[in-house]
Design a protein around this ligand. Structure first.
Ligand code: AKG
Length: 318
């Protein structure tokens, strides 16, 4: 079946300073909150993640995407877990990307995910599991720092949402293949969207392509940095902070010369968790910008929308 890819919309680029956070710096929590309010996005350095885990995991993921199409297709189409190519979600979004979506809860893996691991060496599964634990740790740490800086009570109110076993987190590996033709133009790799979860932690190889949208609507390119991670504020954190934090719109344009491989961990709350502005941040209910929904309600409604739709509208009070 032929899948038509979207032309790249015209965009302005401008230099932007991406906040760089060292989580061991005593002032990091103040800087994190500032970055979450202003950009909804920041870079994490000095993170302590084993470089050999990253190198090996990327090597194995590269081999996986290089498998014959017929083998990869055994793990697809995604349900939403498993292998997907070009089609993203159920509403007709397409991009120049192949991906694998994995549930962070290993005992909840679907048959599609099991099929991914059947085609790869055991070490790959072990590394993926270790990586997801590391990402869970980083997400927990960032949320604990947010709690401390904003005085969120009780302690763990935010961070436990990604820390507990029932948290509904997942990992997507995205592969954007380089173009063979020298005349090829940039295309949409992953269309613009916000992430529905609390926060996402992204890492990629050194191929550019990621862009974020500033509050004034300008798209800016994020210089890649394989030695760092990028944290992206998601819709759920925007709701819980009553709009103080911004879930940032982002997208990926393909690079014509080099492939991009990225891994993005989405830290989500347990399915039954009620999501609403935090009373300790917004004492008066009449000041709430959003109504309460469970994570499961928000997630299933957002899966029914197109990538670029304004999904937070589902939460907004009439
Ligand atoms: C996503 O998977 O939701 C992304 O935004 C991917 C970002 C990237 O590949 O850098």
């Amino acid at each position: 079946m032929v899948v038509l890819l979207q032309p790249v919309p015209k965009f302005k680029t401008s230099p932007v300073i991406i906040p760089v956070l060292d989580l061991t710096d005593p002032t990091a929590k103040t800087q994190i909150v500032k970055a979450c309010e202003e950009l909804g996005f920041f870079k994490v350095v000095n993170h302590g993640v084993r470089p050999d885990l990253l190198t090996k995991l990327y090597e194995e993921a590269t081999k996986l995407f290089a498998l014959p199409q017929s083998l990869k297709d055994k793990a697809g189409p995604p349900d939403p877990f498993g292998y997907g190519s070009k089609r993203i979600g159920l509403k007709g979004d397409v991009g120049c990307v192949e991906y694998i979506l994995l549930n962070a809860n290993s005992h909840l893996q679907s048959t599609k995910t099991t099929a991914v691991f059947r085609e790869t060496p055991t070490i790959f599964r072990e590394m993926v599991e270790e990586y997801m634990e590391v990402m869970k740790g980083m997400s927990t740490k960032v949320l604990e720092m947010v709690e401390e800086e904003l005085g969120i009570e009780p302690k763990g109110k935010l961070s436990k949402l990604v820390k507990v076993e029932e948290s509904d987190s997942c990992l997507r590996m995205n592969y954007y293949k380089e173009k063979e033709e020298t005349t090829a133009k940039e295309e949409i790799g992953f269309g613009e969207h916000t992430d529905p979860q609390l926060l996402s932690v992204l890492r990629s190889n050194d191929t550019e392509g990621l862009q974020i949208c500033l509050k004034d609507g300008t798209w800016v390119s994020v210089p890649p940095d394989h030695s760092s991670f990028f944290v992206i504020v998601g819709d759920t954190l925007q709701v819980m902070t009553n709009g103080k934090f911004k879930s940032v719109k982002h997208r990926v344009l393909t690079n014509t010369k080099r492939s991009r491989l990225s891994m993005i961990y989405f830290g989500g709350p347990p399915l039954t968790e009620k999501i609403a502005p935090l009373a300790c941040l917004v004492p008066k209910q009449e000041d709430y910008l959003y109504k309460e929904l469970t994570w499961s309600q928000y997630k299933s409604s957002s899966y029914k929308t197109k990538l670029g739709d304004y999904r937070l509208g589902l939460f907004e009070k009439q």
